[in-house]
Design a protein around this ligand. Sequence first.
Ligand code: UGA
Length: 439
Amino acid sequence: MKIGVIGSGYVGLVTGICLASLGFKVCIIDSNKSKINKLRKAKVPFFEPRLEDILHTVLKKNKITFSTSMRTMISKSDVIFICVGTPQGRSGKPNLLYINQVKKELSKHIALQKVKRNITIFIKSTVPPKTTKSFQDYFLKKNINNVHFASNPEFLREGSAVHDFFNPDRIIIGSNSPHIKQVAFKIYKKIISKRKIVFTSSQSSEVIKYAANAFLATKISFINEVSRLTEVVNADILEVSNGIGLDKRIGKNFLNAGIGYGGSCFPKDTLALSAEYRSNHIFSPLINAVIKINETQKKELLSKIFSVFTKQELSTKSVLFLGSAFKPYTDDIRDSIGIFILQELSPIIKDIKVYEPIAYKTSMQALKNYKNIHFLKDLKSISYECFHFIVIATEYDTFSNLKISDLKRLKDCMVFDGRNIMSKSLLENNGIKYFGVGR
Ligand code: UGA
C-alpha cells in the first residue's frame, strides 16, 4: 500500500515518517520548496524528539520521498492523508483556505490523470463538523466515484509526538464504509489492536477532535479556577489536584494549575468550537468560560509581580526568566504564555535574561525587537547575584532542580513559579520568597 501525505507540518511529518518506518512507501508533499529540499537531506524543520533519527533511517531504506508536486504524489498513492494547517481565522473560526485548495487540486489532478483505482483520503487536519462529508459530495458532484473520504483526527502531543504515534490510546476513523475499514485496519494494525480502532460517522469524528481538546482545556481552566480559591483560603492546589485526581473518574492528568494553556491547538480549537456553536445558534457557556479563564490566567503571574513591586521598582530590576516555549521539549512558541509574559514585562523591567533549552531560536526571533531581553546559552555559568528574582514560565524538570544556594544569591531572594514546579516549603524554609499558582 502506497501512502501520500499532503502537508509537512507536525502532523504530516510525524504521520508520514512514522508510517514509512512501519514499512509503507510514503510520499510527502508541501508547496514550500526549501522545506522539501531540507527534508530530502534529512533535516526536520522543527524540534521533535526522535523524528529526525527516524527520517534518516527511512530515507536510507528508500521508504520515503518528498515532493512539491501533487501530480507525483497522486501517481504514487493508494491512500492519502491530508495534514495541512487550519489556522485561526476571523472571529475564531478556522481558516479553511489551505484545505479547500487541497480539495480543488486533488480533484483536478485525479480527473486529469484519469485515475481509475480506489483512493482513500483521510482528513487529519482539524476541521469543523461536516467538512469530510462536503469533500465527499464535492468529488461525487464532479463524477469522481473512486475517491473515498474519512475523517481521521490526530491526537499527537508536541514534544512526544513520535511516542504518541506508536502508542495511541485509540484511532478514530470517521467513516462506516467497509472499504475504508479494511484500509484503516491495514494501516493501523501495526500499532494498535483492532478493538481500539473506533469507527464513527465523519461528523462524530470531527466533533471528537474538538471535544477532546476542549475537554483537556476545560480540565486546565477548571483547576486554574480552583487555584484562585486555594490561594485565598490558604490551601495548596497541588494537594487538591492530587486529592481529586486519585479518583479514577477524574484522573490525574491535565490538573496542573499554572499560567494557562498555550500552543497551536488548545487556544485555536477552543475558539473554533465556540465559533461552531455560534454558527449553529447554540449557546456555549462552558467553552466560553474555559477560554475566558485562560485569558485571565495568562496574567496571573504578572499580577503577582505587580503586587510585590511598584512599576518604578521594577524599572530597576534584572530578571532571570526560565522557559519561553508553550510547553517543554518543543521549539514551538505559538500562543506561548511565556512569550506573552516577556512581552508584557519588557517595557517595565530594566533587563531580562531568558534561558530556554529548546525554543531559544524561535523565541529570539519572536522577541528580536525587545531590546532589553537577552538569551542565555546555559545556566551553568550565570551569576545569580546579578538578578533580583526568577520567573518560571515553562515546566522543564531541570528548573525544579535549581540549587538553593544559587537562589539565595538572588538580590530579592524571590521566585515566581508559573508552573508550580518548585518545592514551596523547601524554598520558604531557606528564606526564599516563593510565589506559585494557587499555593
Ligand atoms: C494538544 C493535545 O494534548 C493533543 O492530544 C492534540 O493532538 C494536540 O493538542 C493537537 O490538537 O494537535 P499539545 O498542544 O502538543 O497537544 O500540548 P499539551 O501537552 O496538551 O499542552 C497544551 C498546553 O496546556 C501547554 O501550554 C501546557 O503547559 C498546558 N497544560 C497542560 C497545563 O497548563 N496544565 C496541564 O495540566 C496540562
